[in-house]
Design a protein around this ligand. Structure first.
Ligand SMILES: NC(=O)c1ccc[n+]([C@@H]2O[C@H](COP(=O)([O-])OP(=O)(O)OC[C@H]3O[C@@H](n4cnc5c(N)ncnc54)[C@H](O)[C@@H]3O)[C@@H](O)[C@H]2O)c1
Ligand SMILES: [Zn+2]
Length: 704
């Protein structure tokens, strides 16, 4: 998202436009979230936009729109359901995000009620269940109807669905004549996981989190589908009543419990802000072990007579507030550490976690980086997390930032099981048993099995067919893994002999495999054939050599131009040194680590590399301008350039078809030396390389 101006910097016209934009954006997000159970943005983003809207409205009160998002609860009911008008409105809650917000909430209430600092003011504190709210209307002890919140005034009739929820009694003993019970429908983590497994197995859509699953399951037009979904219900409030339930929030919940409703067992009465905050912290710590999602704590003035006096604002009660937990982190338990072996043999530790919702997504795996990270050290041996190590069984803090893979940030030593032992990182590959070694200066331990290691072999293949490499239509990671498992494709070269071995006329055929048919098999062979002609850079990248990413592959391709030139140099160079090695190092962007990786990979794998390229027609790298005086020449810049930056000079030279190297070697054609040139100028002189100054360079390229 682009940076938007701060609300305090907006002109009136800009504010009007921005409020219109936010009304539209938030309106659509609300409908997607509440009506379609398919959010289009993260909750944190939604909350931030909503706060921005409120901020602008407070600066320009006369611009507040009729359809302002601040004045809305939820979204209008879907047309697919019958409608039910609530006897008393179903509202939202205002939010607190910090201890200070909570203190201000308490202060506001005291001021509103005219209570002195030391007058008692108790609160009932309840977990905020992350599901969807439901209103149940009982008359004469019978369940009459059930409605979702909708827009707060009118909800959707989900009576038949509600009757299928085990926690919702259909008949009550000794209840008031009219009783509207309000609460949250939710799904446990275990039921959510099982539901998603079943959905995936049936090829149906899976849910992003338990809240969406609960909402999507309750709001079914066919209540038989709801019946098959394991929904639960916690009661936390009420609407219309023919007689009061009690005189306090806490006792009223007790009464509901006595009538047969589930009331959250962590509900407590607190006498002041400090007790409230303690309970908030305690519950946040226990969050991972609850087995269902809560996203904060709700504080409600306990005395119902005071609740009445406080009343409501347009969309929220004055007597309650939701104190949210921090969204992007959560505490949970580390159940196991698995080691994954990657394409280059790297052993990566993966944390298996008791599932926890972090920023709206259920997380059950997180990366642990490497063995130092687990031990509480960085790559230089300095302590991280104050040196606290991570052990199986520990309570750990998980965080997500943006879309990146979840990570483990911290560990709670006070919750460490007595028998937890320091994690000992494997010294052999869990996949092939080869020794896993750690090179000097490398934080990663690597399997030395090479292609005999099944994990490396299959990861190599997946890389080979990936988007930026061979990108063969119909042969993605999944398919290539299946072929690999059956031994039909064990290395990249075999992709190009697949048709000979498993094509038409062969005893076993691709078209007879599960998930394949005549047409798809034909398409696959055609797609493979289409890739026999392929650009040089893609081939270099596809080889999957460590440190050779897309841009390095393009750089090498641009430097060598042809496959033959590249292959022959890699084979001729040795890490012991010598002319070929120096030439490799003289390429700008190639350092000794990358060079060594290339040279060793070629020496170890030349048989497979040649077997592969025999099937290919590799296109030379884009030939650059040839009619300039420096086309095809290798240049080196040194010293200070006065008329342009080094980057600019390099770009100009490359645009004219020159290669720019980082160091002088026998292959250098020209050294451009500014003031302060040192050892390079001397080396050039020793090697008899032509040396010119910046002015001569500029006139050479016609830019003088
Ligand atoms: N991602 C999106 O696009 C998107 C869009 C709209 C809303 N949202 C999210 O939805 C939330 C706002 O929705 P909201 O207006 O329902 O407010 P809310 O969920 O913050 O609070 C109100 C709701 O809390 C629930 N609740 C749970 N436990 C409760 C308890 N013990 N007592 C009282 N109420 C309890 C009730 O259902 C009530 O309606 C925000 O978290 C927002 O991020 C996200
Ligand atoms: Zn291995």
């Amino acid at each position: 998202m682009t940076e938007r101006p701060r609300p305090s910097d907006l002109t009136e016209d800009q504010a009007r436009d921005e409020l219109a934009r936010l009304a539209d954006l938030l309106g659509r997000a609300n409908a997607a979230y509440f009506r379609d159970d398919a959010p289009v943005m993260a909750d944190a983003e939604f909350d931030a936009l909503k706060a921005r809207n409120a901020d602008i409205e407070s600066r320009f009160p006369h611009l507040v729109r009729e359809d302002s998002p601040s004045a809305q609860v939820g979204a209008a009911p879907s047309e697919a359901f019958g409608k039910i008008r609530h006897a008393r409105r179903m509202l939202s809650l205002s939010n607190a995000f910090s201890a200070q917000d909570v203190a201000e909430f308490v202060q506001r209430i005291r001021r509103y009620l005219g209570l002195s600092e030391d007058a008692p003011l108790a609160f009932t504190v309840e977990p905020k269940i992350d599901g969807l709210s439901l209103s149940l209307r009982y008359e004469g002890g019978r369940l009459l109807h059930a409605a979702t919140r909708g827009d707060g005034e009118v909800g959707e009739d989900v009576t038949a669905n509600a009757r299928t929820v085990g926690d919702i009694p259909t008949g009550l003993e000794g209840a008031p004549q009219v009783l509207e019970v309000r609460g949250e429908v939710y799904m446990s983590h275990a039921d959510f996981a099982a539901l998603n497994d079943r959905q995936a197995a049936a090829g149906a859509k899976t849910f992003a989190n338990p809240r969406n699953a609960a909402a999507g399951s309750l709001r079914q037009l066919d209540a038989r589908i709801t019946r098959a979904r394991p929904l639960r219900f916690f009661a936390y409030g009420w609407g219309e009543l023919s007689e009061p339930l009690a005189t306090t929030q806490f006792d009223a919940l007790d009464r509901l419990r006595a009538l047969g409703f589930s009331v959250n067992p962590r509900t407590k009465r607190c006498k002041d802000a400090s007790e409230i905050l303690d309970l908030h912290a305690e519950t946040e710590a226990a969050r991972a072990d609850l087995g269902y999602d809560i996203d904060g704590m709700v504080y409600k003035v306990d005395d119902l007579a005071l609740q009445d006096r406080l009343g409501f604002r347009s969309t929220t009660p004055r007597w309650a507030i939701a104190h949210k937990f921090s969204a992007e982190t959560a505490w949970t338990r580390l159940e196991a550490i698995d080691i994954q072996v990657g394409r280059t043999g790297a052993l990566s530790p993966v944390a298996r976690l008791v599932p926890v919702t972090v920023g709206g997504v259920v997380v059950s795996n997180a990366t642990l980086h490497n063995e130092d990270y687990i031990a509480g050290r960085d790559s230089k041996g300095a302590p991280i997390r104050d040196g606290r190590d991570i052990r199986i069984g520990d309570r750990v803090e998980v965080y997500r930032a943006g879309d990146v893979i979840p990570k483990i940030r911290d560990v709670d030593l006070s919750a460490r099981p007595a028998d937890a032992e320091p994690y000992s990182f494997p010294e052999t590959c869990p996949e092939c048993g080869s020794p896993a070694l750690r090179e000097e200066g490398d934080s990663v331990r690597r399997c030395t099995g090479g292609m005999i290691c099944p994990a490396q072999a299959v990861e190599r293949l997946k890389h080979f067919v990936s988007r930026a490499a061979f990108d063969i239509e119909g042969l993605g990671a999944k398919q290539v893994e299946a072929f690999w498992r059956d031994g039909w494709i064990t290395k990249p070269s075999e992709i190009f002999t697949l048709k000979d071995r498993y094509g038409p006329g062969c005893p076993r055929q691709v078209k007879n495999r599960e998930g394949w048919g005549e047409k798809s098999a034909e398409n696959l062979f055609a797609a493979i054939d289409a890739r026999r002609t392929i650009p040089l850079a893609r081939v270099i990248f596809a080889l999957g050599i460590r440190h050779v990413g897309e841009s390095t592959a393009a750089l090498l391709a641009g430097h060598y131009g042809t496959w033959t030139a590249f292959r022959d140099t890699m084979l001729a160079a040795t890490t012991e040194g010598g002319g070929e090695w120096d030439a490799l190092l003289s390429i700008d962007g190639v350092g000794p680590v990358l060079a060594a990786s290339l040279v060793t990979a070629f020496q170890a794998e030349i048989d497979e590399i040649d077997a592969l390229t025999k099937h290919l027609s590799i296109e030379d790298a884009e030939t650059q301008a040839t009619d300039s005086p420096v086309a095809g020449k290798t240049l080196v810049f040194t010293g200070t350039l006065e008329r342009m930056t080094r980057a600019e000079a390099k770009a100009r030279a490359e645009a004219l078809g020159a290669k720019v190297a980082g160091s002088v070697s026998a292959k250098t054609d020209l050294l451009i030396a500014g003031p302060g040139a040192g050892s390079k100028a001397k080396k050039a002189a020793d090697l008899g390389v032509q040396v010119i100054d910046e002015d001569a360079w500029l006139s050479l390229i016609g830019a003088g």
